[in-house]
Design a protein around this ligand. Sequence first.
Ligand SMILES: Nc1ncnc2c1ncn2[C@@H]1O[C@H](COP(=O)(O)OP(=O)(O)OP(=O)(O)O)[C@@H](O)[C@H]1O
Length: 354
Amino acid sequence: MLSTKEVEALLGEMNDPVLNVPFSETEGVVEVKIKEEKEHVSVKLAIGRLGGQEQLDLQMKVVDLLKENGFATVGIRFEELEDDLINEHRGNEASPIESQFSDGKTEFISVASGKGGVGKSTVSVNLAVSLAKAGKKVGIIDADIYGFSVPDMMGIVDKPAVEGEKIIPVERYGVQVISMAFFVEENTPVIWRGPMLGKMLTSFFNEVQWGELDYLILDLPPGTGDVALDVHQMLPHSKEIIVTTPHPTAAFVAARAGSMALHTDHEIIGVVENMSYFESEVSGQKEYVFGTGGGEKLALDLDVPLLGQVPLGQPKWDHDDFAPSIYKDDKISDIYTEIANSIIEKSEDEQSKE
Ligand SMILES: Nc1ncnc2c1ncn2[C@@H]1O[C@H](COP(=O)(O)OP(=O)(O)OP(=O)(O)O)[C@@H](O)[C@H]1O
């Protein structure tokens, strides 16, 4: 029968399924105990993230391996690796993106918020359309799985076509769109968690024929709960924009979304304050209906620029469809155009430095 040291060495060659690094490097083999008379081994492993499909798959592999090596029974426990060890090895983390984006030409921009209803989807859509208007090739993934509103906001009624094994995004206002809404029956509650969610997001990246893209905008689930965290962890590293309303308490909640982004290794590139004020068309006077200062405070706290302040504006209709503000309201269009330009400038700046 193998000794404790031999079992440690054997397990040390296996990869942490989340970080894609051998356990010998992550110090992931925490404990090995053998009861020779009962041919029993019990092991404790520390992995990059608990609770996912990866953990279940690993559990089976470990049990199989140890049984092949002569143990009759195997006990296995897991704990999460310490944060500094996770951060040290994060660069190797398995990402759901495959060859479609491996040339590094596509920039991922996630749009997040501390709570629902602050206009995260509105900002995602208008930003995507503004970038497309500026001549960029743009896609949008509506990853707000429980509140998919992007197709409605863009007036999309078509479903994506399927060619062979690939899903073709729906094009609207020059933007390639994929939404969870395309794949669930109307009014069916979505109750996917963990592994199912991961599969859906992975297929949004891998099974969708995106073509060449300069930007892929990701409309994230709102808030800082489990689902938002899961989505953050599953996404490739992205630049992130945090949307808030002007009320200082809203900004406080949004700051939590900011720390989630940083904790999961996304780079925050700016804040958009939405519903900043109402401007009377008659007198031109601005009323700060929801307070002031939230966006500025959040930007200061996160040490990023305030990319724009978007006023309240009536939803606009284009024929029978809702149209993004960027297409209708001159003042709001200008603000989104400015936000898009500063994002483009930042990307070009970074590219010229590479
Ligand atoms: N600047 C604005 N002026 C007027 N209405 C707005 C503005 N921004 C958003 N809205 C409206 O507020 C509602 C919520 O917006 P939206 O769906 O974009 O928020 P959200 O943060 O994505 O919400 P959730 O994440 O809960 O889906 C929508 O009806 C939208 O039309």
